[in-house]
Design a protein around this ligand. Structure first.
Ligand SMILES: Nc1ncnc2c1ncn2[C@@H]1O[C@H](COP(=O)(O)OP(=O)(O)OP(=O)(O)O)[C@@H](O)[C@H]1O
Ligand SMILES: [Mg+2]
Length: 281
């Protein structure tokens, strides 16, 4: 486990990383500095969690990777992003999808007036391999998400929150991705539905080899399914480590898992203490 304040140079990306974000800075509206030197790596075939409270910068990080910031008047002003050995920070979102990296947006974003099946089909828009292959992959999505098969003719807007989240992930799968950026899949869903969705994410990871970068406020569930985690606060990565180690870390337990006692007042206090210590050593 390491502390990674912005002032310390970013580590070299791991050789087997499918995605590496190197020291990026993001500015909204030309003036609002939101990400301040964020670095992270997702290994090929890994599930990595990006954790942090409301407003920490998780969504901004995912949008920086998938090149969706322009729509929000945001811009990556420093650093670089690499996906499968290529720099991708200047690509269009569609080109990135074609290369195998797709984002599932926060809040599910299905087309409410289309059926579940029509929604899934919209996910195949970057493909050029013909109807038979698309149809085959749709059956595969239905095998992973049996609930979507049952509801395939229902208008998405009238399905449950859990089904809409499944639809959003299923639609992403229709682009045949090697990596999915998944933003707050647990948001607003009942615990057993969240569990069901994370189980399917794990299956997609192990059986289809899809790598995941998972932004979550729900630290507990994310650290049970991810192998590695990064914790963000106010636009910086403040801690990272193996998921098992983070789960056992006293500070993480106290401030993000809601367990443990201790008399510390805030995570920020603990952090600055450790930063000072690191600078002195
Ligand atoms: N389009 C925008 N213009 C200006 N500031 C923005 C914009 N979008 C986000 N921000 C600011 O950037 C910071 C990070 O927001 P972001 O949405 O990335 O956080 P988050 O970690 O995803 O939070 P949440 O858990 O609530 O989704 C916040 O302070 C937010 O107010
Ligand atoms: Mg967010």
């Amino acid at each position: 486990m390491s502390l990674n304040p912005a002032s310390i140079p970013a580590p070299e990306p791991a050789g087997d990383g499918i995605l590496s974000v190197n020291n990026i800075e993001v500015i909204y509206d030309h003036v609002i500095l939101v990400l301040k030197g964020v670095s992270l790596t997702v290994p090929k075939g890994g599930i990595v969690a990006l954790l942090g409270a409301n407003g920490a910068g998780k969504t901004t990080t995912l949008k920086a990777i998938s090149n969706l910031l322009h729509a929000e008047r945001g811009e990556v002003t420093k650093g670089s992003i690499q996906f499968k050995d290529d720099r991708v920070d200047q690509l269009s979102p569609n080109e990135l999808v074609r290369r195998g990296c797709i984002q599932v947006m926060e809040g599910r974003h299905c087309f409410g007036h289309l059926s579940i099946e029509e929604n899934l089909l919209t996910g195949a828009f970057t493909r050029r391999d013909g109807w038979a292959a698309v149809k085959r992959d749709m059956e595969k999505v239905y095998d992973y998400f049996p609930r979507l098969r049952q509801r395939k003719n229902s208008q998405a807007g009238y399905t449950s929150g859990g089904e809409q989240q499944m639809c959003a992930i299923g639609r992403a799968m229709m682009s045949k991705p090697s990596m999915i950026l998944l933003d707050e899949p647990s948001m607003g869903l009942a615990p057993q539905v969240v569990e069901e969705i994370f189980e399917i994410v794990r299956e997609l990871n192990t059986k289809e080899g899809v790598s995941f970068l998972l932004a979550e406020q729900n630290t507990n569930i994310a650290l049970r399914y991810a192998t590695y985690g990064y914790i963000m606060e106010t636009g910086r990565i403040v801690m990272d480590g193996e998921a098992a180690a983070l789960r056992e870390n006293e500070d993480v337990k106290e401030f993000y898992l809601g367990v443990g006692g201790g008399d510390r007042k805030s995570f920020r206090e603990v952090k600055s203490y450790k930063r000072r210590k690191r600078w002195l050593s």
